[in-house]
Ligand binder design. Structure first.
Ligand code: ZN
Ligand code: ZN
Length: 436
């Protein structure tokens, strides 16, 4: 028995060694620091495009590691470039750093008591999506990798991104602005990896989906024009409220009757409807706004086209007029299938086969998608639910909580994925166009 145990240890040791440098000592050394950073950031959250102190902390850390640092990217973003001693490809790692206007209800020694102003209102500020963990994990990866610079074949770009949850109204920001400011160029990124902590996935587990993993989000505005009349005499006017009701009904049939839901999910939601002033007036007009979620580019195009046609045709059928304007908010978080295949063995080695699990598509959106339009990317989910728990609060709520014993797996996974990617002889994937 003893001999078998010894053999197993040797084999495990060998399999880690065979993939590249053995960083076990560095991982052990970094865990405490990552947890400490995470707690400090959690206690001092900052809203999107206002992450001044968070950015300062990140920049200071990267500089202390000898990493080349650029600050003020897309307002408050920080980009670090670590050049390995050997030539090779360029891999980018992204962490988002912004918090949300949510008042924390957790009883923690590092609870946030921060308040700020959001859209003219005083709000509590909380890392209610777990971006504090992403920031701390990537700071940890930067430290481990900079210590092993001599063994790195290629370049690692650390992207600390502001305003993932969306910039304040009237401002630009987030991944889209970073891309506009050419964060994916010089040096040009060959592949990008990112993760999101998840409060409902147990610590130790990684979940992923190849292809469309998170939805494209679009907003739409429908303007219905009718003809105002007395509420008692509808025949002398055109009722925009009735037309709106028919339009809402029609839009849902695009999903239920015209969309091949066995391919991917799709959602149309009317979130607001505004019309009229009092009981006995049929108003002149109505306005509706809403969101569209799609996971497939062809479905997205078809759905958009049909919405515009249907809105106008329905209004016309009832004697009115209507327009539908659609705007992109976030693209499809599209995990390049070839890159996913290439990186899965690494993930399984790090987390264990059984802990790398399939994730259903998510109709929520993520602006990591904008980086994936520039280079093949892989975005996955990391467990943050306390081991043994069966329940936890969802993201964006005042009770949202992440168990920081799960953070080290994030550090290990991103580090090992980067090293394996850079060490592999495989040429960078050129085709980043999502296929159906
Ligand atoms: Zn969020
Ligand atoms: Zn998030």
């Amino acid at each position: 028995m003893k001999k078998l145990g010894f053999l197993a240890i040797v084999l495990i040791g060998f399999s880690v060694q065979a993939q590249g440098p053995n960083l076990e000592k560095d991982y052990t050394a970094i865990e405490g620091k990552v947890i400490e950073w995470r707690r400090e950031i959690h206690q001092n959250p900052e809203l999107g495009n206002r992450e001044f102190k968070t950015a300062e902390k990140i920049a200071k850390h990267l500089k202390s590691l000898g990493i080349e640092v650029e600050t003020g990217v897309a307002h408050t973003g920080v980009v670090g470039i670590l050049k390995g001693d050997l030539p090779g490809k360029v891999v980018a790692l992204r962490a988002d750093i912004d918090a949300l206007p949510v008042t924390e209800r957790n009883d923690l020694p590092y609870k946030s008591n921060v308040t700020s102003e959001f859209m003219g209102e005083k709000v509590g500020v909380m890392h209610a999506c777990g971006h504090d963990t992403h920031t701390a994990i990537l700071m940890g990866v930067a430290e481990v990798m900079s210590k092993n610079k001599a063994k790195i074949k290629g370049t690692v770009k650390f992207i600390f991104q502001p305003a993932e949850e969306g910039p304040p109204p009237g401002e630009e920001g987030g991944a889209l602005l970073m891309v506009k400011e050419r964060v994916m160029d010089s040096p040009k990124v060959d592949a990008i990896f990112g993760l999101h902590i998840n409060s409902q996935t147990p610590v130790g587990v990684i979940r992923y989906k190849s292809g469309g993993a998170m939805a494209a989000a679009q907003t739409f505005t429908i303007n219905v024009k009718g003809k105002q009349s007395h509420g008692s005499q509808p025949w002398s006017g055109v009722d925009p409220i009735l037309i709106s009701a028919k339009i809402i009904d029609g839009l849902q049939t695009i999903i239920s009757r015209e969309t091949e839901l066995t391919n991917e999910a799709a959602v149309i939601t009317v979130g607001k409807i505004k019309s009229g002033v009092r009981s006995n007036i049929i108003p002149e007009s109505a306005e509706m706004i809403g969101t569209i979620r799609t996971l497939d580019y062809d479905m997205k195009d078809k759905l958009n086209k049909r919405m515009i046609e249907m809105v106008s045709a329905i209004a016309k059928a009832y004697g009115g007029e209507a327009t539908c304007e659609i705007n992109d908010a976030t693209d499809i978080t599209y995990n390049n299938p070839e890159l996913v295949e290439q990186m899965l063995p690494t993930m399984k080695r790090v987390a264990g086969d059984a802990n790398v699990q399939f994730q259903k598509a998510i109709t929520g959106a993520e602006d990591f998608s904008y980086f994936q339009r520039e280079a093949p990317g892989f975005f996955f989910f990391l467990g943050g639910m306390t081991p043994g728990s069966t329940e936890s609060y969802p993201h964006h709520t005042p009770d949202f909580l992440i168990d920081d014993s799960g953070l080290l797996l994030g550090v290990r996974t991103l580090t090992e994925m980067s090293l394996d990617y850079l060490n592999s002889d495989q040429k960078p994937l050129l085709d980043i166009k999502p296929k159906g």
